[in-house]
Write a protein that binds this ligand. Structure first.
Ligand code: GDP
Ligand code: MG
Length: 183
């Protein structure tokens, strides 16, 4: 069994805690409860080799959530990010500033973790029709690629694309462990 530490980063109220809750418990809560203290959730998943379907890799993800009220960049603790093998950088489709802020968050995190697999998640996709869409369609993917990662549009509320975010980041981490030279 492989173990992987994944950390979520991004501005307050973008949906970090909600994405974890959706992924780990498959539930959603409309209230905004700022997490006090960093919280670690565990979730097991199995990755199957495409070339050899009988080969399964069991992965134990430990998913780290930032302290709510203080989930701002200037308090991004070394302890929180130390040893992280994958990052999920989250922004909010209704607030473009949270997307811009990722240009602070991601380099700051990479300074601690080194260049690790990265998912850039534009969350609250269920609200997209209710807001004037502030994003150019390709912008998140372009930004993600600039940091060597990939972008996903998700909704913790509907569950849309939540499993693929965690599944793909786990896959990227496992690939990197299996073939570090190829990265
Ligand atoms: P965090 O500070 O980044 O951990 O954000 P939270 O997960 O606590 O979410 C902040 C607020 O946004 C809460 O009221 C959530 O219910 C709401 N929220 C989170 N994800 C979504 C989503 O995908 N869609 C909608 N409509 N609301 C969301
Ligand atoms: Mg939170």
């Amino acid at each position: 069994m492989l173990k992987a530490k994944i950390c979520l980063i991004g501005e307050a109220a973008v949906g970090k805690t909600s994405l974890i809750r959706r992924y780990v418990e498959d539930s959603f809560d409309d209230r905004y409860i700022s997490t006090l203290g960093s919280k670690v959730s565990l979730k097991k998943l199995w990755l199957t080799s495409r070339s050899d379907p009988k080969r399964n890799v069991e992965v134990q993800l430990s998913v780290w959530d930032l302290i709510g009220e203080r989930s701002y960049l200037d308090t991004l603790h070394k302890e929180y990010l130390k040893g992280a093998q994958g990052l999920i950088a989250v922004c909010d489709v209704t607030r473009y500033s949270t997307f811009e802020a990722l240009d602070q968050w991601i380099p700051a995190a990479f300074r601690i973790t080194g260049q690790v697999p990265l998912a850039l998640v534009v969350n609250k996709l269920d609200l997209k029709d209710q807001v004037m869409c502030l994003y150019d369609e390709h912008e998140p993917q372009e930004k993600a690629e600039r940091y060597g990662g990939f972008a996903v549009w998700s909704s913790a509320k509907s569950g849309m694309n939540v499993n693929p975010v965690f599944g793909n980041i786990a896959l990227a981490v496992v690939r990197r462990i299996a073939a570090p030279e190829a990265q």
